[in-house]
Design a protein around this ligand. Structure first.
Ligand SMILES: [Zn+2]
Length: 454
């Protein structure tokens, strides 16, 4: 007889947006006291209900956060069933659920499932119950409210087509108790069709990956896209300074960059002063560390981040490693008066994207995030694409036998052709090991192809 899960019986103040707004008026000291209490609640819950954490933090349960071991995605996936705090949750069942057609239904009637491979090509699976989902939604909403979305706004978002991808789970916005009109488009739609939809919908707010916002900026410059925007929200990929200048200059609006939408809901966003991205420190504790997990002081770029998501109970993430390179600002407090520290720079992950020839003879980059839409739903434990002079080599790790190579080839060819790209020869390899780069990481995309100087 299984016991009924007790996850989330405790009060979760962050599920109420009005409470989150109050936190913005705190002093730094009030924020730090809150963090200490929230961290204590998060750890106590994990120690009481997660067999994994009982082992992983054995002998360390009363030690400060920075003394705890670092949690990697590989560990989360390897110890999935013991890490979660609901004993009815099993990774096998989740994989079956993800392979099934209807993901609009909740897993076990209570969990929303998110799949993301980030830049590593190894999909991680994350669960949120209803309350955790409401809290995560408030991180999106906070960023969007800061950017000036009102109940009068008209929003268009270009997001992942996968229901299990975090960006496809953008909350349906409500401002002042009113539903904001909202059009959701998929990144797999060719630019020409996106333009048609946007011209018809006439949004004044655009939410998109930087790469998509760039494509739409070109469409606007060339006179095909006729919309007038008040604000653009970017996230999910690195927004370079060059991209920002070009997009903002063309549309004559400000970009509000959001950060952290790969493994979790946003962990930082820009306020209207645009002096950096405020960390949402009432939701998540972010440690910037070097490659040996030693803290990196503000003003210096770290090698990675360790996230402790204070509100997660179903699947606690304590010192969870994320490969992004960021720098915490050393500037004076932001003029907006919020108590949250700021990220000054997001260097991002190097080597994002493979380059392909378009049918019109140009070159176009396709990012990891875009490939995720094909590979994350497959019954595999990892993937990697290596671009060679003779074409694409797709490596699939731990692929189940029933997965037909032809099916993978088909969806990849369709994906490339929808984007107007020349389809190179593609070969599928089933493997038990993915190639690592010099830093020992397993990049999802590797290119051995020499690029033209353009
Ligand atoms: Zn500010």
């Amino acid at each position: 007889m299984q016991t009924t899960p007790i996850a989330q019986k405790e009060h979760q103040p962050l599920a109420d947006y009005a409470t989150c707004v109050q936190h913005e008026h705190w002093t730094r000291q009030q924020l730090e006291e809150y963090q200490a209490n929230a961290l204590h609640a998060c750890r106590s819950y994990a120690y009481a209900h997660s067999p994994f954490y009982q082992q992983f933090h054995r002998g360390l349960m009363d030690r400060p956060l920075h003394e705890l071991p670092v949690l990697t995605k590989a560990t989360v996936m390897e110890h999935f069933d013991e890490l979660v705090t609901d004993r009815e949750v099993h990774l096998r069942d989740i994989r079956q659920y993800l392979a099934g057609a209807d993901q609009t239904k909740l897993f076990l009637d209570r969990y929303r499932v998110t799949v993301t491979s980030g830049s590593t090509g190894q999909p991680g699976i994350f669960l949120n119950n209803r309350i955790e989902g409401a809290v995560a939604a408030n991180t999106f909403i906070r960023g969007q409210i800061w950017g000036g979305i009102t109940s009068q706004s008209r929003v268009a978002a270009v997001t992942s087509p996968l229901p299990a991808h975090v960006t496809a789970q953008f909350p349906v916005l409500e401002v002042d108790g009113k539903q904001v009109p909202y059009l959701q488009l998929s990144t797999t739609v060719p630019p020409k069709v996106l333009v048609e939809h946007l011209n018809e919908w006439q949004p004044d707010v655009l939410i998109a990956y930087p790469s998509i916002a760039s494509v739409l900026t070109d469409e606007y410059r060339q006179g095909r896209l006729h919309i007038s925007l008040k604000v653009i929200f970017a996230g999910g990929e690195t927004l370079t300074e060059e991209m920002r200048r070009r997009i903002e200059g063309t549309w004559r609006v400000k970009i509000f960059n959001m950060f952290g939408a790969t493994e979790s809901a946003p962990v930082a966003g820009e306020c209207s002063f645009h002096t950096g991205l405020h960390l949402f420190e009432d939701f998540t504790i972010v440690e910037v560390v070097d490659e040996n997990n030693r803290p990196v002081p503000p003003g210096q770029v770290g090698d990675k981040l360790l996230l402790t998501v204070l509100y997660r109970r179903t699947q606690p993430l304590i010192r969870y490693e994320v490969a992004d390179m960021v720098r915490v600002s050393t500037r004076e407090p932001c003029p907006c008066g919020r108590p949250f520290a700021q990220l000054e720079t997001i260097v991002g992950r190097t080597g994002e994207g493979l380059h392909f020839q378009t049918l019109t003879g140009k070159e176009e980059a396709v990012s990891t995030l875009q490939f995720e839409t094909i590979f994350d739903p497959l019954p595999i434990s990892g993937w990697q694409i290596v671009q060679e002079a003779d074409g694409l080599h797709i490596f699939l790790l731990g692929a189940l036998e029933e997965l037909r190579s032809e099916q993978v080839l088909q969806s990849l060819r369709e994906f490339l052709s929808r984007r107007g790209l020349v389809i190179p020869p593609i070969e599928i390899h089933r493997t038990t090991d993915l190639a690592k780069n010099v830093t020992g990481k397993t990049p999802a995309l590797i290119s051995h192809e020499k690029r033209s100087a353009s």
